[in-house]
Design a protein around this ligand. Sequence first.
Ligand code: NAD
Length: 490
Amino acid sequence: MVRQLFINGHWCDPIDGGVLNVINPATEQVFETCSAGGAKDIDAAVAAAKSAVQRPWRRTTGKARAEFLRAIASGIEEKKQFLAELEVKDNGKPLPEALWDIADAAYCFNLYADYAEQLDGRQGEIIVVPDARFQSRVRYMPAGVAGLIVPWNYPLLMAAWKVAPAIAAGCAVVLKPSEYTPLTALELAQIAADVGLPPGVLNVVTGLGSEAGARLAAHPDVGKLAFTGSVPTGISVASAAARDVKSISLELGGKSPIVVFDDADIDQVAEWVMFGIFWNQGQVCSATSRMIVQETIASRIVDRLAEEAKKITIGDGMAPGVLLGPLVSKMQYDKVFQYIEIGKREAKLVCGGRRPPHLNTGYFVEPTIFADVPETARIWREEIFGPVLSVKTFRTEDEAIALANNSEFGLAAAVMSGDLERAQRVADAFEAGVVWINCSQPNFLETPWGGIKKSGVGRELGTWGLNNFLEPKQITTYATREPWGWYLKG
Ligand code: NAD
């Protein structure tokens, strides 16, 4: 049975009847079919969201919205195992990682429940102005209909990062998941329906980016557009949104550096560098895919990483002990192998670079490391979005910082050093929105997430994420009967 769209609290077929095949990347088999919603379905979903916002939803208290958010979090927790297994089949990631993502998604709904309650206390907050005859207050209005477009690398989690703050703010949303991984978004819709979220507050339209996504980005009734995905799509979405001067946030790609000094603990370096590039098969926007290592220890570190990379168990994400699953799709697999071929011409292949010989089916790629990578190399400059690490050496701290910052991206950066004063200095010099010292990738949902340069516009998570979906309104009162005396001179 083809999975339907969720619009205005009901499951429905797409108006033009399209179908999407959902493929398990470990088996290359179609295991589910979904509706390919198009422009007319987006129009119906936006209309439902608009009417939900106009109904009492926008006037509900933060406390009331918090109850829905907590109920959704509980619904996710109850279905944790099922959702995680669905994510493995849809995306390919190992089950323990999927369980982690699902727990984080539930946490996200609970966190924004807290923020929704706190928002009640912020409503009407007084701003002290320098003229005592006036009183200014701020009220926070929901941004209206929120269009949310998300990628395939953390399907439910990326949706949670946007849906939870939007609902906390009092918006109604239209969520467009990736065509590669649409299933957990549909489960989220069912959970929302089960907890009684009013019709139209959460609508989910599965479909192609070029059709459903493009219409959502361009829809004149969408007040706020929040997008996560690649730079080219981000540019196209931003251009479409600009026509109506929509409020927009963009979370885009990266090519993040990890700078390793010779006083760093070698075991810690091995652990975090590997996690930073091989976690989620390297399909992580903030993956630290460029290692910039002090020349004095470079060969020791590279040898150690190659030795550890060969120990990684690769296979179906459902199999116990697997650390590296398949890439999400044939398209991603082909793209990563194209970069590996380019890399072989540009640099020295240290390990990997092949499909694992024991796996004939599935989009598997061995963990791959290139050394002696020139700064001009494409594998150094471009986002590969796969398990491919590029290594370059440095001699001085200034050289390391210059190498790290010489990128069109600015999402994340990491530094490993036993000298915390130096690590802090380097962290301060990084041009990135997210910086790690002596680790790579840990992310707490209370903190701001987002990049500079081509990595995006705005920040998600924490109170920054909530503010994305709020429009502050200042209300200024002339609070005295004294004449103002500017035009009427008496
Ligand atoms: P993508 O840009 O191909 O697709 C992202 C979403 O946009 C999908 O839902 C897709 O259907 C939709 N889309 C595609 N074309 C569209 C169009 N013309 N108009 C509107 N929507 C359209 O990205 P992807 O391959 O799904 O994801 C990988 C990219 O996402 C990487 O570049 C990665 O770095 C980035 N990413 C960034 C973050 C972050 O927080 N900065 C997080 C995760 C992923």
